[in-house]
Design a protein around this ligand. Structure first.
Ligand code: ZN
Length: 253
């Protein structure tokens, strides 16, 4: 099989003297790893330098018995210059690549997640509200990868909840005041934040982009989404620390 598809570069590393191994998230075949033989000896052999978060047209020989495939053609399609020129936007792009690499299993085809990455990168070029884009991406990738938090009703009794309620990382959703649990690691979430999350989940990317987020909603989203992802992925996202240090979320919280 010789698949031909569009692909985003998630990460890459040098291999032996002249080659490079790249992890791509492809539009049609999910996450795959490929070797670009000779790319460092002859950079013109491929029409791309396979930099992170670049979009490329890819052709590769798919080996059935190996997780590493042989890339025959790789041509650059989109480089996202405005993101690369901005330190914070660069961090925000790399954060999302690491998130996708952690959440998506190899060869798990997911065109919605592919489109989500494109929407995110396109917006990141022009929109300066980086924290809103990051939260939108987090909310939407959770929905599209089967990790959606339970925020419509109480996760235990399924009753509707009102006012400020508890959010349980372990149970992955809201817990009403009537439901006792032995858990101590609750955080409080307000109705405004829950409504914002549901709005972002249900709307198309460009529609959701118009939503205004209050300082309180941003504060709650940052805490809940970052911790929820760490809890359920059982893995720390390394880029998260750089995001926190760079004040991408604003200095107020
Ligand atoms: Zn309940």
């Amino acid at each position: 099989m010789i698949p031909k598809t569009e692909a985003i570069v998630l990460k890459s590393f040098d291999y032996r003297e002249t080659s490079r191994i790249v992890t791509f998230f492809t539009k049609d075949y999910g996450k795959i790893s490929g070797i670009l033989k000779g790319i460092r000896k002859d950079p013109k052999k491929f029409g791309s330098s396979v930099d992170r978060f670049s979009i490329n047209d890819l052709v590769y020989y798919h080996y059935r018995k190996s997780d590493l495939h042989l890339v025959s053609h790789c041509d650059l399609k989109q480089y996202y210059f405005p993101i690369r020129q901005d330190y914070k936007k660069n961090l925000a792009a790399n954060y999302v690549l690491e998130l996708v690499d952690t959440i998506m299993h190899p060869e798990d085809v997911n065109k919605k997640v592919y489109q989500l990455i494109l929407d995110y990168l396109d917006s990141l070029q022009t929109v300066d509200d980086i924290s809103k884009l990051v939260h939108m991406f987090q909310i939407k990738i959770l929905v599209n990868s089967g990790f959606r938090p339970h925020i419509d009703t109480c996760v235990l009794c399924r009753k509707r909840v009102k006012g400020r309620v508890r959010f349980s990382m372990r149970l992955g959703g809201l817990v009403c005041p009537d439901c006792p649990t032995r858990e101590t690691s609750f955080t409080v979430i307000s109705q405004g934040t829950i409504a914002s999350m549901i709005h972002i989940e249900e709307r198309e990317w460009n529609q959701a982009l118009r939503l205004g987020l209050t300082t309180n909603a941003r504060k709650e989203l940052k805490f809940i989404l970052n911790n929820f992802l760490i809890y359920h992925l059982e893995k720390k996202i390394k880029a998260q620390r750089f995001m926190d240090e760079s004040e991408i979320y604003g200095s107020k919280y």
